[in-house]
Write a protein that binds this ligand. Sequence first.
Ligand SMILES: Nc1nc2c(c(=O)[nH]1)N[C@H]1C(S)=C(S)[C@@H](COP(=O)(O)OP(=O)(O)OC[C@H]3O[C@@H](n4cnc5c(=O)[nH]c(N)nc54)[C@H](O)[C@@H]3O)O[C@H]1N2
Ligand SMILES: Nc1nc2c(c(=O)[nH]1)N[C@H]1C(S)=C(S)[C@@H](COP(=O)(O)OP(=O)(O)OC[C@H]3O[C@@H](n4cnc5c(=O)[nH]c(N)nc54)[C@H](O)[C@@H]3O)O[C@H]1N2
Ligand SMILES: [Mo]
Length: 579
Amino acid sequence: MGPFSFTGQPNAMGGREVGGLSNTLAAHLEFGNPLHAEIVQTFWSSPAIAQRAGLKAVELFDAIEAGRVKAVWIMGTNPVVSLPDGDRVKQALSKCELVVTSDIIEKTDTNAFAHVMLPALGWGEKDGTVTNSERRISRQRAFIPAPGNARADWRIICDVAKRMGFEGFDFAAPHEIFDEHARLSAYRNNDSENGVYRAFNIGGLVGLDRTRYDALKPMQWPFSAQHEAGVARLFETRRFSHADGRARFIATAPRDPVNAPDDEYPLILNTGRVRDQWHTMTRTGRSAKLAGHISESFIDMHPQDALACGVREGELARVSSRWGSMIARVQHGGGMPRGSVFVPIHWNDQVASDARIGAVVNPVVDPVSGEPEFKHTPVSIEKFHVTWHGFSLSRDVPELDAVTHWTRIHGSRFVRYELAGRNRFDAAHDDHHDWARALFHIDDPHADWIEYEDKSAGVYRAAHVIDDRIESCVFISERADLPARAWLASLFEKDRLDDEDRASLLLGQAIGKGEDTGPTVCSCFGVGRNTICNAIREKGLKTAAEVTACVKAGGNCGSCVPELKKLIVETEMARLSTV
Ligand SMILES: Nc1nc2c(c(=O)[nH]1)N[C@H]1C(S)=C(S)[C@@H](COP(=O)(O)OP(=O)(O)OC[C@H]3O[C@@H](n4cnc5c(=O)[nH]c(N)nc54)[C@H](O)[C@@H]3O)O[C@H]1N2
Ligand SMILES: Nc1nc2c(c(=O)[nH]1)N[C@H]1C(S)=C(S)[C@@H](COP(=O)(O)OP(=O)(O)OC[C@H]3O[C@@H](n4cnc5c(=O)[nH]c(N)nc54)[C@H](O)[C@@H]3O)O[C@H]1N2
Ligand SMILES: [Mo]
């Protein structure tokens, strides 16, 4: 989206309409204007109403740490991962007297601090409306049944409110809440003496019963009695939301980031997303297909900066700032300028030993919006020393206590770990053998255990088979010669290994058959990089559309099209450099 992202969360607009931010009242009414507060209070016949904005996210955790806030209810967000200065967020939560969380996933970095967990329903399990960036309200319907005792957030809120003795929470279903929401949006929304004009007006949707609510078609607000069809373009009438109907330009003075790089922290850390993960990965991290694209966190940096820091592509490095540190693998592919490094925001303590970039990010915020300086933290980078690299694939979770660094990758019938360690294996003492069996909890001396060891090269490979079915395997090496993971992963789909599989097992690839299709580029159709590059080379493909026609990649959601274009250029450059 570049610098002009309006809003990213799919229902961020919906969140604003219902007053989901600490500095707004519901229905586009604001704090700081007594008339606004009075409108909401009167509509709700509420005995009291807050007159001041609440604490914004970063301020809230400062207040928790200082003991000024003693109870917090965290709903639908994972602040231990997504807020800056993440270790301080952990510290604040561990001091807080009461931490309640509502999430749809049990094991998250934030849930680790909860005293009370309230299991919620996810979007495919619940019923309601969402609003996207073009003000279009759409019905959202459950298409999978509720798991266990999980309940919709609105039900949880209403029940807690009722138990606390508050009135006005007796809703039987979402359409009743929507009706109240629509009535508030239209309430005193006019130019009369005691009203306040708001563009957000869905008065035309007041009084929908369950049947009409269920049948609601997507439509753009405002949707009042006057605008029955919804409004595609706002402000065509040149009526804005200020009392005088006029818009305001606000001159903003540019300001440098508060923390400048220096000798100790000479590089600028930029953070953001990768294509196939969503935020803190609680959901996307569980998809085997999505993990095929980029499976580990990384530090993208210019090759010359890497040289100056003494790190090489493929090696692990530590990124440190004044606030904290994390570890990830160095790469150069992103075209970073000198002086800047990029680390994705997604990986966290559930999926990796030490990959939470939020711990490194500085907590300075914009004074007006409260938005943190997520894209600018001075950091230093140094090599993270390990003596060996490896990976394991297993049906059960291995024992990781003796492993220095790991990342977990979700497979369809297995879990994969990328591993690295600092210990030295003593070949004379069967160290590898004992270590690998402990990793998979194997005590049985008669287990079907196949192993290969090249002591002088520091290479060890082993696999555990039960009734001809692969149970686990581990590959470690002191050199950069580990096999690709794809073929081994495919063995976990089989109920029986055939003789050829067994013979090829510790090679890590099928003898004589099949080819490595490379890391996934198109997640929709599971098309690998090598397949795409071979097609481009052999058929002389020149456009992304031609690649799609040939190997299907890019033909569904289209999010890999930029990558296809890049591969076309790279393949052409490689061809030119060899002629
Ligand atoms: N796959 C995926 N998509 C998502 C999300 C996700 O988690 N995963 N999250 C959604 C959400 S909630 C949001 S908010 C959006 C965010 O969407 P974007 O804001 O588009 O995404 P980011 O990756 O955070 O950063 C965008 C770019 O801004 C650049 N940048 C950093 N500093 C500067 C600067 O000073 N000037 C300029 N011009 N550019 C700069 C970064 O290098 C980066 O390439 O994405 C949404 N879409
Ligand atoms: N360093 C750095 N940090 C960033 C950013 C950055 O660019 N750089 N970007 C920032 C931005 S723009 C954003 S939007 C944030 C996102 O940060 P978060 O909002 O903290 O990230 P999510 O992973 O989307 O968290 C959503 C949580 O709610 C749970 N959940 C999902 N659906 C439901 C539901 O229906 N009900 C309930 N109760 N829970 C549910 C999920 O399992 C997950 O734990 O990260 C911010 N942090
Ligand atoms: Mo966002």
